[in-house]
Design a protein around this ligand. Structure first.
Ligand code: HEC
Length: 499
């Protein structure tokens, strides 16, 4: 699969874009599948691992340091820290771990070529990520399960607190590695010329994004602790004021830092992304997204800060309903941030290098000349003939549109076309056909059509057919490689129709 080949004079190393079968969920679309798993994971990772664990470690440390002054309070704080960790432990090692692995399964089904290319660049990082993840699980087990035993001696307690600190560090490291890949997808920076691991890792958006995510995760961890603490310490518990103040202070410190991070990150994106786009309208569309992001950043940070201030000043009298607000606001902020991040990257899955349909920018001339089907290892047909037009069109739909559209489900391509014609007028093939070569001009987030003229006709025929008699394509691409053919073997001759 990793072959060096030559397309119009440029040679490179990489995964062949169409060496994989296509997985397609026609009801909700692949995007939604990935989005649901990823959002759930990121919420848990940021709120319950990266931001929460250092706070719990700090609480344990605080209890340990103040044990001489007030032993009863120190014991209550230590118990609180353990109970908080219990919640984090159960959620991160179940839903957190499963969705973490689930992201890679879902993403490699939805866009294997993109994942393959990312692995080519970040090979060592993926391996390191796995090691760090295993360490994270080991440390959280040890920290949680040995909590009682650590009370045996002062030295044991010290070591126990150190384990908590190490856990906090490795949790942050898992995020710090992945953020490099996310930043790279948005803007690979000098990697486009240099093609080295370091140039990819140190992409222009890495530091701003890592800074923002770190601060946001810390604020979220605090918000989560603020939500739980009143359940574990009653209003009249003597340890409650100290515990609430500690958690509130953590939030008071981190929410303004997150706000600054949001502003920095936002100002880092436009030049990195809009520079790649020739169309002025895209800048306008980006500005709208940034506007939304900025509003949500300010709003969420303000809510977190105000509720934390309330908890700090009135630690006994914070209503539970108010304690829910910061975590909801920050979840909303993180969700918006991820959506904006995914959206501003379009039409690319790896900025300037690979479109969201999984096809490389530099392969486009080849596909537009020979046709997509000729180079697609798993397509049922190798080219368009008068007899196979609709079937060929369905295969073209899979290759060119199905990463973002369904036929009859969410973001249905049929509905999109139907909405474009004025009410009462019928949808006809010529209308669809003429739209296709212009699609990337209609919306900046759609990549240009990758195939040849015959494939545009076939796609139009398939969409019209699906409009007249709804179909639901299979979830997997049924056809395999024709006998004797090997994936990635591309003949240079322009393709005609082949059986
Ligand atoms: C990178 C993802 C992506 C790909 C690939 C993609 N589209 Fe789209 N397309 C979108 C999004 C997002 C919308 C807007 C959805 C909405 O209405 O909010 C859209 C809208 C459309 C519309 C409606 C345009 C309008 O003005 O309302 C049509 C028609 C369309 N797509 C056709 C296609 C066809 C045909 C293909 C394949 C050749 C394709 N798209 C590939 C993401 C994509």
């Amino acid at each position: 699969m990793n072959t060096v080949r030559t397309v119009q004079g440029t040679s490179y190393l990489g995964v062949e874009s169409m060496d994989f079968p296509i997985f397609h969920l026609d009801l909700i679309g692949n995007r939604m599948l990935v989005a649901v798993i990823a959002t759930l994971h990121v919420w848990i990772n940021h709120a319950l691992a990266v931001g929460f664990l250092p706070l719990v470690a700090l609480l344990e440390f605080y209890a340990f340091r103040t044990r001489a002054a007030d032993p009863a309070r120190a014991e209550a704080l230590d118990r609180l820290a353990r109970r908080l960790l219990g919640v984090g432990f159960v959620i991160t090692t179940s839903v957190g771990a499963l969705t973490g692995v689930g992201i890679w399964f879902a993403a490699s089904l939805a866009n294997p070529a993109a994942l393959g290319s990312l692995i080519c660049v970040f090979y060592g990082a993926w391996f390191t990520e796995w090691i760090v993840f295993v360490l994270e699980v080991v440390f959280i087990m040890a920290w949680y399960l040995l909590w009682e035993k650590s009370a045996a001696s002062e030295q044991a307690k010290r070591r126990h607190i150190q384990a908590g600190g190490l856990l906090a560090l490795v949790s942050w490291l898992t995020m710090a590695i992945i953020v490099a890949i996310l930043g790279f997808q948005m803007d690979p920076g000098s990697w486009i010329q240099r093609r080295s691991f370091l140039s990819g890792f140190a992409n222009p958006l890495y530091i701003p994004q890592l800074y923002f995510r770190t601060a946001l995760a810390m604020a979220m961890g605090g918000a989560f602790a603020l939500l739980l603490t009143p359940f574990f310490l009653r209003r009249d518990d003597p340890a409650r004021p100290a515990a609430m103040r500690c958690v509130a202070l953590w939030m008071l410190i981190w929410s303004p830092v997150a706000l600054v991070g949001g502003v920095l990150y936002r100002s880092a994106i436009p030049e990195a992304l809009t520079a790649a786009f020739p169309v002025a309208v895209s800048t306008l569309a980006f500005q709208q997204w940034y506007g939304t992001l900025l509003t949500v950043v300010f709003g969420a940070a303000a809510v977190a800060f105000l509720v934390a201030a309330w908890a700090f000043l009135q630690p006994r009298w914070l209503p539970r309903a108010a304690a829910v607000l910061p975590i909801v606001a920050l979840f909303l902020l993180l969700g918006t941030f991820e959506r904006v991040r995914e959206f501003v990257r379009k039409p690319f899955v790896i900025g300037g290098y690979m479109y969201a349909n999984g096809l490389r920018v530099e392969d486009y001339p080849l596909y537009q000349r020979d046709g997509l089907l000729r180079h697609a290892a798993y397509a049922a047909v190798r080219g368009v003939t008068p007899a196979n037009r609709v079937l060929a069109g369905e295969e073209v739909f899979r290759l060119a549109c199905s990463r973002c559209h369904t036929v009859g489900g969410l973001n249905s391509v049929v509905n999109k076309f139907r909405n474009l014609v004025s009410p009462g007028r019928p949808l006809d093939e010529a209308f669809i056909r003429n739209y296709i070569p212009e699609m990337h001009k209609a919306w900046y987030f759609m990549p240009p059509f990758p195939g040849n003229a015959a494939e545009q006709d076939a796609l139009a025929a398939f969409i019209l057919q699906a409009h007249r008699a709804p179909v639901r394509p299979r979830a997997d691409q049924a056809a395999g490689l024709p006998p004797g053919a090997s994936a990635g073997a591309h003949s240079p001759a322009p393709g005609g129709a082949q059986p």
